[in-house]
Design a protein around this ligand. Structure first.
Ligand code: PNS
Length: 159
């Protein structure tokens, strides 16, 4: 069975992430979306909140599973039997870090390869950080996050 793992911070999940999830779920039999820790970013939403938001926006996609783990991605992938990582690329600026992470993950787990999917062009400029910045300053984020979580994310950002 073809299993792919889409890791990320998802703080919070955006329409850009959902676009990648839908594309990857159409390619792979089972897509595991995992909220992982990124020590380079401080998260606003707890891992449990991010998992709950992801579950809500993917509930109609039967082959998607949501999970979270605090360990190294390479180890988590090995434990789950995943040999393919899915990453979304928005622009060339994403490439350098993603390329580095792909090579490091394969060094740590030689079974693990990374495939890159390009986001739809309407999501090129989107990031969780920019959604948090706009929302925390009272801006309308309804264009950037899925409708079923928009009110909850807006409320959290305004706190
Ligand atoms: O959405 P992000 O923040 O760009 O995702 C980055 C993430 C969470 C995938 C990355 O930081 C990660 O893999 N974290 C888990 C810990 C780990 O394995 N770090 C080494 C990566 S080479």
């Amino acid at each position: 069975m073809s299993l792919a793992l889409y890791p990320g911070s998802f703080d919070p999940v955006t329409n850009g992430h959902l676009d990648i999830i839908v594309r990857a779920a159409a390619i792979f039999e089972h897509l595991l979306v995992a909220v992982m820790q990124n020590p380079r970013k401080s998260a606003l939403f707890s891992a449990e909140e991010r998992v709950a938001l992801l579950r809500r926006v993917t509930r109609d996609i039967p082959n998607v599973e949501i999970d979270t783990s605090p360990i190294l991605l390479a180890e988590y992938a090995a434990g789950r039997g995943a040999r393919v990582l899915v990453k979304g690329l928005r622009a060339v600026s994403d490439f350098e870090l993603e390329f580095q992470m792909a090579l490091l993950n394969r060094k740590l787990n030689p079974q693990l390869d990374t495939v890159f999917l390009t986001t739809g062009e309407t999501h090129q400029y989107l990031s969780s950080s920019i959604v948090k910045e706009i929302g925390s300053l009272g801006g309308d984020i309804s264009y950037f996050v899925p409708p079923e979580i928009c009110d909850d994310v807006t409320r959290k950002l305004k706190k």
